[in-house]
Design a protein around this ligand. Structure first.
Ligand code: IPD
Ligand code: CA
Ligand code: CA
Length: 251
């Protein structure tokens, strides 16, 4: 049986996903170079913070569209109201409402919901990973030379090095979705550039509960730090991929 937290949070995320599916009357603001936010991002974030603070009065929030303190408290939520905003504002259905619930330094529950494709990736610490409510039976990755490796535009690494060893390098435009795809075996691995906590926290628990490693460049388990670089892969591809990463992006 899933925890009360999981059940409650899932309902809230489903509601937020309905807000994302409403793509009418969008207004777009530029925050910086190639950095945009829409009115929908802000509405979803406000909705989540309002609903969650009623149920968890002591919890703090780390969320993309607000000022954040990074002295992280015992209980907090990590929110990316829409991960993949560029995709969203262009009508590309690769974007998701993302929520992670962290208590005592561990992600307990997480949700990455792409309501445009009706795909919910969720996880509960120690209870498993779920795709649209069904437990994920992870598909074994193909060998590296047949695998798709997902990465990001912001990755400073040389993508031709990925192409040298793997079948191809792809960029989806939503880090959280990429991490979930690596988790459930839709691709061989995911290598990130500099990510904010809200770009990876929710996907990280999903991938871990699928039995995948989520590690930093030194090969150690990824920490919840802001920002971070991560590699999501199977144990038996770890050494090959860390070597690839080092070659593509020398320190
Ligand atoms: C972005 C996406 C993208 C990643 C960027 C993120 P946003 O988040 O996750 O895939 O490359 O680093 O900022 O702005 O769409 O929420
Ligand atoms: Ca994001
Ligand atoms: Ca965002």
């Amino acid at each position: 049986m899933m925890s009360k937290d999981y059940e409650f949070l899932k309902e809230v995320v489903l509601e937020a996903g309905q807000m994302m599916a409403d793509t009418a009357s969008l207004s777009i603001e530029q925050k910086g170079a190639n950095d945009f936010v829409t009115n929908r991002d802000k509405e979803i974030q406000d909705f989540l913070i309002e609903r969650l603070s009623k149920q968890y009065p002591n919890a703090k929030f780390v969320a993309e569209e607000k000022m954040n303190l990074y002295d992280l408290p015992g209980e907090y939520f990590v929110i990316d109201p829409i991960d993949g905003t560029h995709n969203f504002m262009n009508g590309i259905p690769l974007c998701a409402v993302c929520l992670a619930y962290v208590k005592d330094g561990e992600i307990r529950e997480s949700f990455v919901y792409n309501s445009l494709l009706h795909e919910m990736f969720s996880a509960s610490k120690g209870e498993g990973a779920f795709f649209n409510g069904e437990r994920v039976a992870r598909r074994k990755s193909l060998p590296l030379d047949r695998s798709v490796i997902l990465t990001e535009d912001g990755w400073k690494g040389d993508k031709s090095v990925i192409r040298k060893y793997a079948a191809c390098a792809r960029i989806l435009g939503s880090a959280e979705i990429g991490i979930c795809y690596a988790g459930c075996g839709r691709c061989g691995a995911y290598i990130s550039p500099r990510l904010h906590l809200w770009d990876y926290a929710a996907g990280m628990l999903f991938a871990q509960e699928c039995g995948m490693l989520v590690i930093e460049r030194n090969g150690k388990r990824a920490r919840l730090i802001e920002p971070n670089h991560i590699l999501v892969c199977e144990e038996d591809m770890k050494d090959e991929l860390l070597a690839l990463w080092a070659e593509a992006e020398p320190e």
